[in-house]
Ligand binder design. Structure first.
Ligand code: EPZ
Length: 425
C-alpha cells in the first residue's frame, strides 16, 4: 500500500483549484440511472471512489466512459436491478443507487453497504422512507430487497428523524418519478443536495424547497438525460484553507463557492487566520498567533464533520484549550490517537475532544483511518519536525485527487512512496 511522506517546515503559498465534490459526483452519476440515454457529468474528481461507482453502474448495464474530470454515461432502456455485492461492500456510498434502481425497475436488491470505518452507519432512514413511498422492503442474509407494487412508487409525506445526507438523496431520487406528491421534512441541506436537485430538475424532475429543511417533489412519469457540472469540493477547499492557516502561508483556493464553506471560514477568522472570500475564490493567510476556539459538528449549515480532523490539527497549534464536539459520526476520533502520537495534546471524553495547544508536532509513522483523517495527518506533517509517513494512502485517494501534487504546487515537500507489501496481502 502507498504512503504519503511529508517533510515539515514549508509555509504554503500560491493558488490551488479544488476538484469537483466527491460527495456530489457519486450521487449525480447514480441519478443518471433515472433516464435512458446519454448523460454527461463534468468536473468529476479523479478519485478512487468515482472509479468504484463506475464499476457499479457498468454492472447495472450502463456504458461508462471515464475521461479526466468527465463521466459519460449511456444508460439502457432496461437496467439491472441488483447491485454487485463485492463492489457495494467496497463503496459505502453505493447505497445511493438503491433509490434510482427502485424508481426505474420497480424493484431493487443489494447487499448492506461497507465503506470507511466511521462507526455504525445505518441506512434505516433510507429504508423506512422507501417503505413509506410504497415499497415492500425485506432483509435476508445481509441483503436488502425493495419492491414497488404495480412497479411504481407513490408520493408520501416523509419526515427524517435526522437530517441524513444519504437518506435525503436516496428518497429524493426515488420520489421524482413516484405517482403523486412527496414531501421530505427535516431534509439535509448540504450544497451537494442542491447540486443533485439541480441535475434532477434539468432532467425534468419537479422539485421545490431546495436549501430548506422541507423538499417537495411532484412526481413525473419519465426523466430525460442531461449534462451537468459537479459543484466544487467544499471539504477539499476547507482542507487547503486549514493547511494555509497552520503553515503560516497565504493560499488562494479557486473552483468552490465560498458560501459552501461558511462556518469553517468563520471559525478560521475566530482562530486568527485572515480570510478573504470573493466570487469562486477564497484567500486564507496564517502567520498570526492562533487562538483556541470551540467547534461543534452539525448538519449543514452547521460545521461539517468532514472538517473535524483538519481542525483538530489546527487547534493543536492554537494557544489554550479548545473543545471540539462531534455530533455526526461517533467513531471519527480514531484519528486523534494518531495525531497524539505526533505530539498533540488531545483528550477524548465521549464525543468531545479537548485539545490543548500549542504543542510542537514531531514527524513519525502514522496511519490514515479514513479519508479526512488521512488528509489531516498530511496537513499535520506539513508543520511537524522532520518526516511524517502517512500509511494507507488509499483512504486519502478515495476523496482527494492528486493531493500530493496540489500541495507541492503550493511549496510543500510531500511525495508518495509505494510501501513494499510485507508477506501475504
Ligand atoms: C455523507 O455521508 C458523506 N458521504 C460523508 O462524507 C459526510 O460526512 C456525511 O454525509 C455528513 O455530511 C457521502 O456523501 C458519500 P448521513 P452519509 O446519512 O450520507 C447516521 C467523507 O468524508 N444514519 O448524513 O452516510 C449515520 O450512521 C464522507 O467524504 C443512520 O443512522 O451521512 C451517521 O452516523 C464521510 N441511519 C449519521 O447518520 C440512516 O438511515 C450521518 O449520516 C442514515 C444515516
Amino acid at each position: 500500500m502507498d504512503r504519503f511522506v511529508v517533510r515539515g517546515g514549508a509555509a504554503l503559498n500560491g493558488t490551488v483549484r479544488v476538484s469537483g465534490a466527491k460527495n456530489s459526483a457519486l450521487k449525480l452519476v447514480a441519478a443518471a440511472l433515472l433516464a435512458p440515454g446519454r448523460t454527461v457529468v463534468r468536473n468529476v474528481p479523479a478519485i478512487g471512489d468515482m472509479g468504484a461507482m463506475a464499476e457499479v453502474l457498468r454492472h447495472l448495464g450502463v456504458r461508462v466512459d471515464e475521461q479526466p474530470e468527465t463521466q459519460t454515461l449511456d444508460v439502457p432502456d432496461t437496467i439491472g436491478c441488483e447491485a454487485p455485492p463485492e463492489l457495494v461492500r467496497r463503496l459505502r456510498a453505493s447505497i445511493i443507487v438503491l433509490g434510482p434502481i427502485l424508481a426505474r425497475c420497480g424493484r431493487a436488491r443489494m447487499p448492506l453497504p461497507g465503506g470507511c470505518n466511521l462507526g455504525s452507519r445505518g441506512i434505516d432512514m433510507h429504508l423506512a422512507g422507501l417503505a413509506q413511498l410504497g415499497a415492500e422492503v425485506t432483509y435476508a442474509n445481509d441483503y436488502v430487497e425493495a419492491v414497488a407494487p404495480e412497479g411504481r412508487l407513490r408520493g408520501a409525506d416523509l419526515e427524517l428523524a435526522y437530517a441524513s445526507v444519504g437518506a435525503t438523496e436516496n428518497l429524493l431520487m426515488a420520489a421524482v418519478t413516484a405517482n403523486g406528491t412527496t414531501r421530505i421534512r427535516n431534509a439535509a441541506r448540504e450544497p451537494e443536495i442542491a447540486d443533485l436537485a439541480a441535475m434532477l430538475s434539468a432532467m425534468g424532475a419537479r422539485i421545490s424547497g431546495v436549501g430548506t429543511p422541507e423538499l417537495r417533489v411532484e412526481g413525473v412519469t419519465a426523466l430525460n438525460p442531461t449534462e451537468h457540472e459537479v459543484v466544487g469540493d467544499r471539504i477539499e477547499a476547507g482542507t487547503f484553507a486549514v493547511a494555509a492557516a497552520v503553515t503560516g502561508g497565504k493560499v488562494t483556493i479557486t473552483g468552490v463557492d465560498p458560501a459552501h464553506v461558511g462556518l469553517p471560514l468563520d471559525k478560521l477568522r475566530q482562530i486568527g487566520a485572515s480570510v478573504d472570500a470573493g466570487a469562486g475564490r477564497i484567500t486564507v493567510a496564517g502567520g498570526h498567533a492562533l487562538r483556541a476556539v470551540d467547534v461543534v459538528t452539525l448538519p449543514f449549515p452547521g460545521f461539517p464533520t468532514d472538517m473535524q480532523p483538519q481542525f483538530l490539527v489546527l487547534l493543536s497549534q492554537a494557544v489554550g484549550p479548545s473543545m471540539l464536539t462531534e455530533n455526526v459520526f461517533e467513531a471519527r476520533f480514531g484519528f486523534a490517537e494518531e495525531l497524539a502520537r505526533m505530539g498533540a495534546d488531545i483528550t477524548i471524553e465521549g464525543h468531545h475532544a479537548i485539545v490543548r495547544g500549542p504543542t510542537p508536532l514531531r514527524g513519525t509513522d502514522v496511519r490514515a483511518t479514513d479519508l479526512r483523517a488521512g488528509a489531516a495527518l498530511v496537513v499535520a506533517g506539513l508543520i511537524a519536525e522532520g518526516e511524517t509517513a502517512v500509511h494507507d494512502a488509499r483512504h486519502i485517494d478515495r476523496g482527494y485527487a492528486d493531493l500530493a501534487g496540489k500541495l507541492r504546487g503550493l511549496g510543500a515537500d510531500v511525495r508518495r512512496e509505494a510501501t513494499a507489501s510485507v508477506g501475504a496481502a
